[in-house]
Design a protein around this ligand. Structure first.
Ligand code: G3I
Length: 319
């Protein structure tokens, strides 16, 4: 039966991969599927490389969770995406509610990015250096970084990451840029200005947290091409497609179509280098915890049985 990473490679992509999380790795039925590197050629830690996990107190770094995922990638011969260096969410309180001068926060960002990226130097294909900088209306998120440093925090983080691991691809990762609109325009303008200023930036991550029946594949393809035209690679970094529960055969069929459309959009854009699902099984999806009454967003169900969505992905890479 179909092996998704093998199909992605045969189609000229670098990988098909998945997010995973440390607490899932004690589930041997789960790891039996996760560890198949013909199915998954890349993994992303869903939580354990985030700031709250890696620098819970200023200057005190804890890498045990991240190391477990990095070792898994190495053991299984999978690429690793680092996630993430700077994000408004899952910050330790010393950062999120700290009051810093611009000089202080600059050095805090530099130290965090540098220490994190250096720790995993040589092990990470790509880092989400900056995650979700914009609001949906295209304005900047007014987090501690923007409020203290304005837009310059992006450059500060990217330059620190480049210095720490010159071979890692450096990404900005965002959602709701998969269709034209104010948020996509703001990010595109940021990419243009970073490129014009020679700030290191290699890729844009399209998260792709979708709702069954509510997005347009051609729209996604246009956005992937539009960003790639700025001289960056693009990747689908957090794909899942949720529905209002309970799932029905009709919803699962539409989900298959939607997964297929995402893969097709990536297939049609040469600079789209790979696709990552935000966990492969409904058992460990973040969706039900965040959107009450919604779920069934992944290509395998909660009992690890492949859903029609799986066939949509396989067919997309095989077309
Ligand atoms: O670590 C605590 C644990 O100590 C506590 O017992 C438990 C009780 O709820 O919570 C644990 O923290 C949870 C954490 O995941 C680790 O499991 C948080 O409550 C929970 O909010 C957190 O959710 C994560 C979410 O990011 C937070 O924003 C999801 O697992 C993770 O999949 C999700 O991933 C994000 C990407 O990083 C960025 N893009 C969107 C995507 C989905 O939200």
């Amino acid at each position: 039966s179909a092996k998704l990473h093998t199909l992605a490679k045969a189609a000229g992509k670098l990988y098909f991969g998945t997010a995973t999380d440390n607490n899932e790795l004690t589930d041997t039925a789960y790891t039996a599927i996760l560890d198949d590197n013909t199915m998954f050629g890349q993994i992303t830690p869903a939580n354990s490389m985030k700031w709250d996990a890696t620098e819970p107190q200023q200057g005190v770094f804890t890498f045990s969770g991240g190391d477990q995922i990095a070792t898994l990638a190495k053991t299984n011969g999978m690429l690793l995406r680092g996630h993430n260096c700077v994000w408004y969410n899952q910050l330790p309180s010393w950062v999120s509610s700290g009051s810093f001068t611009a000089a202080q926060l600059t050095s805090i960002i530099q130290n965090h990015c540098s220490t994190l990226v250096t720790h995993y130097k040589g092990q990470v294909y790509a880092w989400d250096v900056v995650n979700e900088p914009f609001n949906d209306d295209g304005t900047w998120r007014t987090d501690v970084f923007y409020n203290t440093l304005g837009t310059s925090y992006v450059q500060i983080a990217l330059e620190a990451a480049r210095a720490a691991d010159p071979n890692a691809k450096l990404y900005i990762n965002e959602y709701n840029i998969e269709f034209a609109g104010a948020k996509a325009t703001s990010l595109l303008n940021l990419v243009k200005s970073l490129k014009a200023a020679d700030v290191p930036l290699d890729g844009i991550g399209f998260q792709c947290h979708f709702i069954v029946g509510e997005f347009s594949g051609p729209g996604l393809q246009t956005q992937l091409s539009t960003f790639a035209a700025q001289g960056v690679e693009v990747a689908i970094t957090e794909l899942d497609i949720r529905m209002t529960l309970p799932s029905t055969p009709a919803l699962l069929a539409q989900q298959q179509t939607d997964y297929n459309s995402v893969i097709t959009a990536c297939m049609n854009v040469e600079s789209c280098i790979g696709v990552t699902v935000w966990d492969w099984t409904d058992k460990y999806s973040w969706v039900p915890n965040t959107f009450s009454g919604q779920g069934a967003a992944c290509p395998w169900d909660q009992n690890f049985v492949k859903k029609p969505a799986f066939n949509g992905i396989a067919a997309g890479f095989s077309a």
